[in-house]
Design a protein around this ligand. Structure first.
Ligand code: FAD
Ligand code: DLZ
Ligand code: SF4
Length: 505
């Protein structure tokens, strides 16, 4: 008998483990199902991307003469669950075995473990070896360590894969070049135009379906120009490598209004759904440096995001789940303000970053971390609600990568597993790294009163609210010494005005 090989919406890679030994007589099943399309209210552009990329990938399999069963979301027979679709197709496929690569998200991989019993069939769940560190690799690295800092993991990965290494040492003599990175935007800085491709017939059909069926979800189908095939994703990567990589490091943290794309790569969605592989991206980026086309600070900074951060957050997620999802070290419980869905706020930095998110299902890292994330941290928003929002609104969002960035890096909900201190900052940081404050309703230099930048008030209020948990952290010594010097009347005024801001949320 034959095998039915199931491919999920983020497994669109020829080298996926579930396809590796595909034999004649085997079939592939791909299914657009509401269980996956509605577990959070995904942004319309994310849904369009996933469904269109799935449909294009199915076509490439058919071109390889593979028999593909493909269930569209609007198919009247659709059972709307992956298990239901396997049950519906197993006989048609004349198969007695199901082969699938483990899901990237904990909830789905747990569910897969029950499929065999429910279907009364052999179900083989394979590791997803598109990553450079397996779960076992990470566990071995993490076990017994006092601190799970990314930097040490990253150095091990550089050595193991011989990336930017020379005679066992990092090229240039340093492991990281952050001191040359992270400049504020200079006057007149103008990033190149992003990669864009016009929707073809398949994408246009998906755009209409998503617009109709997900009318209340964030965003619009209009302006969808992301790649949906491997060929176009490779073209997007190449465009980044030539046009933006040289300044990637220098302006990694810079923000400019009307420039949502800056010098970032915009490849997270392709990488996370399988159209691009981390190995090829790292090797192409390294080649740019070897050929003198991009400086070391940019190439190292970029490779660190993929070989370091991306692999590391996945490791943390699987090492810590399922408890990680419940973490809330700072006992934050405020509901999400409505403006997270509408961008209707007088805080210009938040209005711009959330509007970029609504327009593109994308915001770059520093908007996610230091504007929207920083606000969520300072305002004490409930980690579960913040997590659900990030998971819904970005086209590259899958829980394995999103949750450590939200619970760990942004909200300190994991109590410091991932970040050695909370990334809390006042308005001064946003003012230094962007031009957002010019033209804001609030004044970034005002610390008290109606016109004071809310980040300035909430920053001190956050430190006071969380003094018991944070004052003992050696990396928080300086802010707590400054707080200690503040007179009691000023502290009371900050508490009062912060409470007013938080109430209006
Ligand atoms: P670039 O800045 O050009 O970086 C290149 C690539 O490096 C990214 O595509 C990504 O694959 C990887 N990378 C960079 N930073 C990280 C990181 N911190 N963790 C993991 N990979 C990283 N990334 C996601 O892929 N999905 C998410 O759902 C997601 N949610 C996030 C939520 C928050 C609160 C924060 C602070 C970060 C989040 N990130 C997430 C990480 C990062 O912001 C995005 O990977 C990046 O913005 C994607 O855009 P880009 O391709 O232009 O990235
Ligand atoms: C994100 C997503 C969406 C929106 N829809 C589907 C779908 O209909 N069918 C499918 O197979 N996969 C989809 N995906 C991707 C899955 O959510 C993803 O495979 C899991 O979250 C595991 O990472
Ligand atoms: Fe944001 Fe404050 Fe600057 Fe306004 S003044 S843009 S709220 S940091």
């Amino acid at each position: 008998m034959a095998c039915l090989r199931v491919i999920l919406g983020d497994q669109l890679s020829d080298e996926i483990s579930s396809l590796r030994d595909i034999a004649s007589g085997d079939s592939v099943l791909m299914a657009e199902v509401m269980t996956e399309a509605s577990y959070v209210p995904h942004h319309k552009k994310k849904l369009i991307y996933v469904f269109s990329a799935m449909r294009h990938f199915a076509e490439t399999l058919r071109q390889r003469n593979i028999r593909v069963f493909y269930t569209r979301l609007d198919d009247p027979e659709n059972s709307h669950s992956l298990l239901g679709e396997i049950a519906r197709h197993i006989d048609k496929a004349e198969a007695d075995t199901v082969i699938v690569t483990n899901g990237g998200e904990y909830r789905l991989t747990e569910d897969m473990k029950t499929w065999g019993e429910k279907l009364r069939l052999a179900v083989e769940c394979r590791d997803d070896d598109r990553f450079l560190a397996s779960h076992d690799d990470f566990q071995q690295w993490a076990e017994g360590r006092k601190s799970l800092r990314m930097e040490y993991f990253y150095r091990d990965m550089r050595r193991r894969y011989d990336v930017l290494m020379e005679h066992g040492k990092p090229v240039g003599g340093e492991w990281n070049y952050d001191s040359e990175n992270r400049a504020p935007p200079k006057e007149g800085l103008s990033p190149p135009k992003p990669f864009a491709v016009a929707p073809d017939a398949i994408t246009t059909e998906v755009m209409a379906m998503v617009t109709e069926r997900f009318a209340n979800n964030m965003g619009d189908a209009d302006g969808f120009t992301y790649a949906v095939t491997r060929g176009d994703a490779l073209a997007a990567l190449d465009q980044f490598l030539t046009d933006r990589l040289p300044l990637f490091g220098t302006y990694q943290d810079a923000m400019i209004d009307n420039e949502p794309w800056m010098f970032h790569a915009h490849i997270g969605l392709y990488l996370n759904s399988g159209l691009l592989s981390p190995r090829e991206i790292i090797s192409k980026a390294q080649a740019q440096w070897q050929h003198g086309k991009a400086p070391l600070n940019a190439v190292e900074g970029f490779i660190r995001q993929i070989l370091g951060w991306r692999e590391y957050v996945r490791g943390i997620y699987w090492y810590r789940m399922p408890l990680y999802a419940q973490s809330n070290a700072l006992a934050a419980d405020r509901p999400l303000p409505d403006f997270f869905w509408t961008a209707d706020t007088k805080m210009r930095c938040l209005r711009i970053s959330i509007q970029n998110t609504i327009d593109h299902a994308y915001a770059h890292h520093i908007q996610r971390l230091m504007v929207i994330g920083n606000f969520s941290l300072l305002a004490g928003l409930d980690p579960a609600a913040v997590n659900a929002w990030y998971l819904a609104v970005y086209a590259d969002a899958y829980e394995w990568v999103e949750m450590p960035n939200v619970h760990g890096m942004t909200l300190y909900a994991d109590g410091g597993d991932l970040a050695s201190k909370p990334y809390a900052a006042s308005g001064a940081y946003i003012n230094r790294m962007s031009n957002y404050c010019k033209g804001c309703h609030y004044s970034v230099t005002s610390k008290l009163g109606k016109s004071a930048c809310p980040f300035n008030l909430l920053y001190w209020d956050f430190l006071m609210r969380n003094q018991d948990q944070l004052a003992g952290n050696p990396r928080m010594g300086m802010p707590y010494r400054n707080l200690a010097r503040m007179d009691a009347a000023r502290k009371d005024q900050i508490r009062l005005e912060s409470a007013e801001i938080l109430e209006t949320l």
